[in-house]
Design a protein around this ligand. Structure first.
Ligand SMILES: *Cc1c(COP(=O)(O)O)cnc(C)c1O
Length: 581
């Protein structure tokens, strides 16, 4: 604190440890990696999120592969320190009291970034309000909106209560946090002793806000019926007159100052909904997508706005397996502080890289065999696929033609496949996909060993990205904004076999850092054919018959992609282009 110009980072989910179920997938992991890099690089930051006392969920899969969700029981006190400060927000005419819990992320040099988890489970609140910070992405729209009020409005109030008065920038990690802009507008009007918002207030707030959009998938952009928003946060809220926000006049003023003006109903309130992405876009002076291609796609989606791109990364020291950490420590001392130096990986002797990879692989295979009793073989080419089981990720692309696949495996070289991933509790399509993998697993039992591990989390994530030989990625272009698991694999010398989408468009050099699938178009059957051809003609032959070249690809993964697709490089770009500009 003190006089440091602090960045306040707001995210609905943050992945800090496997034991804390406060994340669901890539967005939360990215938030955690961002904070870890800020701590390593001594960037003054404070992070705000919700406690998620019952977690995302614990995934169980029955013998048919049907997913059942269990609330997670975690002992909050074992991880976090309770803070004495209290704030409240008014929602739907009720006062909801909020406290917070503190976690400290400590960087390599000892620098600390605090993370505050907001918690409404207090005796003063009604039974229902106490559940508001229980479930990540749970409940209906009303529940979600209340959660976002706690995060955005309660979060800013909590920062002030914690004596953070010198915030340089508010960084909204996805639109879930964008209600914080309303609290900042309110602060401006109060400072001036007014009840209504002026152009100056809007400019002041915009000068403080940064927004990162993370997905072109519509479900990723929150929107709430205007009537619901009115009911929850206005007009009887403890705010400036909320009708201001809904009035055509304000919207027009927000937009006019952007020089481009479109009808209000198209922007903030299309068909009487408040779109939180537009709210964040309109009140931020810097907006970015999370890969170059995603920047382009976002500029098409939101043509009125200037949108930059900062490609995601991963926190190297978090995602590199222990055997590889020892190898890097020996050959590239200082790599944890200076991720760029991983470019020198090219000079590591191939035999050492192969030995270290096999140590990581053995650990994974032993774990998988222990969990599933499937009897996988460490010497076989092992493909890994672990992701949220969202339909656009196309987890079943590999099984488009299972006869062809089993023929390739028996004729060219045996392969085995390890899967993991949770479907959102309300995503029936995603759940069906998991069942489909279980069906194919039975069908191919004699030819190809397939395992599906329960409850994908950070811990198993680290094990699988470092222990397989090939990382498979098959989203439907252009829906994968960035993707980060392939970056974790690259840091462990594991090449990607991936559709040309997200970060892979930037990280892919054919035959050097891995292999592409298809041409980046939307045609599923073309992608499936391309996938089989690459396996049959390139990947399997190289793995079994030209091991030396395969290891060469592994080295280039580390040197070209590990050295670049990390959150240290990413954080430096945020600092230069967004935070302190
Ligand atoms: C890295 C990671 C993700 C994100 O992976 P994507 O490839 O971006 O989908 C999701 N869940 C866990 C547990 C992870 O470690």
């Amino acid at each position: 604190m003190g006089n440091e110009r602090t960045i306040a980072y707001f995210s609905m989910e943050i992945g800090l440890e496997a034991g804390m179920p406060t994340y669901s997938g890539g967005l939360g992991i990215l938030a955690g990696d961002t904070i870890r890099s800020a701590a390593d690089l001594k960037v003054p930051m404070v992070a705000m999120t919700l406690l998620h006392r019952r977690g995302y969920f614990y995934q169980r899969l029955d013998p048919e592969g049907w997913q059942r969700e269990e609330p997670v029981q975690w002992v909050v006190e074992d991880f976090l320190e309770k803070m004495p400060h209290r704030v409240s927000v008014t929602m739907d005419g009720r006062s909801v009291h909020i406290c917070s819990w503190r976690y400290e992320v400590v960087g390599i040099g000892g620098y600390k970034v605090p993370v505050y988890f907001l918690d409404s489970d207090l005796q003063e609140n009604s039974e229902w309000d106490r559940t508001l910070t229980h479930f990540l992405y749970g409940g209906d729209q009303y529940y979600r909106l209340c959660q976002e009020v706690i995060l955005g409005i309660g979060g800013v109030r909590m920062l002030r209560a914690l004596s953070y008065h010198n915030i340089e920038r508010f960084h909204m990690n996805e639109g879930h946090a964008s209600l914080l802009t309303l609290e900042l507008l309110d602060e401006e009007t109060k400072k001036a002793g007014r009840k209504s918002i002026t152009q100056d207030d809007i400019e002041a707030v915009r000068g403080k806000c940064i927004f990162t959009t993370h997905t072109p998938v519509p479900a990723g952009h929150d929107q709430f019926p205007i009537d619901l928003v009115r009911r929850v946060i206005g007009p009887r809220g403890d705010f400036f007159d909320m009708e201001d926000v809904f009035s055509a006049d304000l919207v027009r003023r927000i937009l006019r100052s952007r020089e481009t003006f479109r009808e209000m109903k198209d922007i903030l309130q299309s068909e009487n909904v408040l779109n939180l992405t537009y709210l964040a876009l309109s009140l931020s002076h810097y907006v970015n997508g999370v890969a170059k291609k995603h920047g382009e796609v976002s500029r098409l989606m939101f043509a009125e706005y200037i949108i930059d791109a900062i490609t995601n990364g991963v926190h190297a020291a978090t995602w590199v397996s222990e055997p590889f950490q020892e190898l890097y420590d020996r050959h590239i001392p200082g790599w944890k502080q200076d991720n760029f130096s991983l470019r020198y990986a090219l000079s590591i002797p191939k035999k050492e890289v192969w030995d270290v990879h096999n140590r990581a692989k053995k650990r994974l295979i032993q774990y998988v065999n222990h969990q599933t009793n499937i009897g996988m073989d460490v010497d076989l080419l092992t493909i890994g696929f672990a992701r949220r089981a969202a339909t656009y990720k196309r987890v079943d692309l590999l099984f488009t033609d299972i006869e062809r696949l089993s023929e390739i495996s028996s004729k060219v070289g045996f392969l085995q496949v390890i899967y993991a991933g949770k479907a959102h509790p309300q995503d029936q399509g995603g759940k069906e996909l998991i069942k489909r993998i279980f069906q194919v697993k039975e069908l191919l039992k004699k030819d190809i060993k397939i395992a599906y591990l329960e409850n994908y989390d950070m811990e198993f994530g680290k094990m699988i990205v470092s222990g397989v030989d090939i990382w498979l990625n098959t989203p439907q272009p252009p829906l994968e904004a960035s993707g980060t698991s392939g970056m974790k694999a690259a840091l462990n010398g594991v090449p990607s076999l991936s559709v040309l989408d997200g970060w892979w468009i930037e990280g892919h050099i054919e035959g050097i850092t891995g292999w592409s699938i298809g041409e980046g178009g939307p045609d599923r059957s073309k992608d499936a054919i391309s996938l089989y051809e690459k396996l049959e003609q390139v990947v399997l032959p190289m793995f079994y018959q030209d091991r030396d070249r395969f290891i060469d690809v592994m080295l280039h993964c580390i040197a070209l992609n590990g050295s670049f697709f990390n959150t240290h490089r990413m954080m430096q770009q945020y600092v230069l282009n967004a935070y302190f500009r």
